[in-house]
Design a protein around this ligand. Structure first.
Ligand SMILES: *Cc1c(COP(=O)(O)O)cnc(C)c1O
Length: 218
């Protein structure tokens, strides 16, 4: 983990930093606990039920849990209770469901808008042109806190195309901060491309394989 953190710091350069979100989908709770013992606090999960089990098992560790997988509306009630961040908000219906179910005793739920930056049929996320309206809808909810944007760009073979997607995300992000000054998070970059993502302005990289090794298959 220390090596990865050094590489992230090197990619960010002086005066900038990118947070490391440890992507723990399909990893056992014991693997998460081992990383937590080395000081890692933020973990990303893709599946609500799997996450619920781990959150409960590791409650004593005071970790920060992020949902980075697609969220079905009928699971919004569980998600609003167990996560600290939901990075995959891409439609109004989810906004109202999460706000309604966020327990009063908890801090507002941190929310990122997922953008389908390469306009892929297979990917969730809103269109770039929809970000402004969705951001306004989120900002109007007291139980939610808009923190920024998230994307999973298409795995183009050409590095140029992949970098262009990161750059378009950064432009969108800059535009968003003009209207929502407290927005501070641009979540992009995974094991294979986090350095390019950071170079383009990512503030949070989501790394699984490079941290835990190959994922167990479910
Ligand atoms: C699995 C996953 C990651 C991590 O991918 P790695 O290549 O293992 O680093 C990051 N983001 C999302 C949304 C994921 O589903």
């Amino acid at each position: 983990m220390v090596t990865l953190q050094n590489q992230i710091a090197a990619a960010a350069g002086p005066g900038r930093e990118a947070r490391l979100l440890a992507v723990s989908k399909l990893q056992p709770a014991s693997a998460i606990a081992a990383l937590a013992a080395q000081g890692q606090r933020a973990f990303g999960e893709n599946y609500v039920q799997e996450a619920a089990d781990k959150v409960q098992a590791l409650a004593a560790l005071d970790l920060e849990w992020h949902l980075i997988g697609h969220l079905q509306s009928n699971k919004a009630d569980i998600a609003a209770r167990i996560f600290d961040w939901v990075q995959t908000v891409d439609r109004d219906k989810l906004v109202t469901a999460l706000a309604r179910h966020r327990p009063a005793g908890l801090a507002p739920l941190n929310v990122l808008i997922q953008v389908n930056i390469d306009d892929e049929d297979s990917k969730h996320g809103c269109q770039p042109a929809e970000v402004a309206d969705l951001a306004a809808t989120i900002a109007a909810q007291e139980r939610l806190r808009l923190r920024g944007l998230m994307a999973i760009p298409a795995p183009f073979p050409e590095a140029e195309k992949r970098r262009a997607a990161f750059q378009r995300m950064h432009e969108l992000f800059t535009g968003l901060t003009a209207h929502h000054p407290h927005v501070d998070t641009l979540s992009m970059g995974m094991s294979g491309d986090y350095a390019d993502a950071i170079a383009a302005g990512s503030t949070m990289v989501r790394v699984g394989t490079a941290l835990f090794g190959q994922r167990p298959t479910s």
